[in-house]
Design a protein around this ligand. Structure first.
Ligand code: G3P
Ligand code: CA
Length: 241
């Protein structure tokens, strides 16, 4: 079965990468969530997509230049056209703690391609181990050196390189870096690649699949997972197939 991962939580309806969006994804029945992490000035792993807080919060500046306390004062929900109470930027610790009370799979994307964030992999791995979630986490990144580093440090945690453009024979590439899956941009993904990868035991989870016809296509092709902003639509589509 193709598992449905809510991209940045249920971000089609709720403010991305907030506890509200994650909780709504779970309520909707998604099997997994995807989230992005950056490091604060004082080294806390925080859940936010961009390197700056400008787009998604009422603040300004780089995440790496703000302390965790400063980040916590911001509202990550103010842009949504709903009357929401303040939605703070969650720490990864808060999300992992919440995950111990449910059975969701969590895809943590390390946002370490623009800033290398010294020690990010170690901190993320330590937290995953602390909450005993190694079997329910998939670490992904566009930085494939980081994916290799994570595997070396924690071979028990699944990894999946992100691919803005699918590489040549990605199922062989994935095996060579000991990744159990690949997360390709759906527009660059050929049917043959899905079939060959899945046959080789490499899970394919394309991102970000929001249109019904694309959902039908990748579910029918046999992708292990699908990353979408709209888990409700994807679950309905999957049910109808
Ligand atoms: O998980 C895939 C997807 O999240 C990667 O792109 O920019 O949405 O983080 P982006
Ligand atoms: Ca992401």
């Amino acid at each position: 079965m193709t598992l449905i991962f809510a991209h940045r939580g249920y971000s089609a309806l709720y403010p991305e990468n907030t506890m509200l969006a994650f909780k709504e994804a779970e309520k909707a029945g998604a099997e997994g969530i995807e989230l992005d992490v950056q490091l604060s000035k004082d080294g806390e792993v925080v859940v936010i997509h961009d390197e700056t807080v400008d787009r998604t919060t009422n603040g300004k500046g780089y995440v790496k230049d703000l302390t965790y306390a400063e980040l916590k004062r911001l509202n990550a929900g103010f842009r949504m056209k709903m009357n929401l109470k303040k939605e703070p930027i969650p720490s990864l610790r808060e999300v992992l703690k919440w995950l111990t009370g449910n059975s969701l799979i969590c895809n943590i994307e390390l946002k370490n391609s623009i800033f290398p964030y010294q020690g990010m992999e170690e901190k993320v791995i330590e937290l995953i181990r602390e909450y005993r979630l190694t079997e329910r986490i998939i670490i992904s990144s566009f930085n494939h050196y980081s994916i290799v580093n994570c595997y070396r440090r924690a071979p028990e945690i699944e990894t999946a390189p992100l691919m803005g453009q699918v590489v040549y024979m990605p199922w062989i590439y994935a095996e060579s870096i000991r990744a159990k899956g690949i997360h390709p941009k759906y527009k660059t993904l050929k049917d043959e690649v899905v079939k060959k990868s899945e046959e080789s035991g490499v899970a394919v989870r394309p991102y970000t699949v929001n249109k019904e016809k694309d959902m039908v296509h990748f579910i029918k092709l046999g992708c292990s997972g699908l990353i979408t902003d709209d888990p409700v639509r994807a679950l309905r589509v999957r049910k109808q197939i």
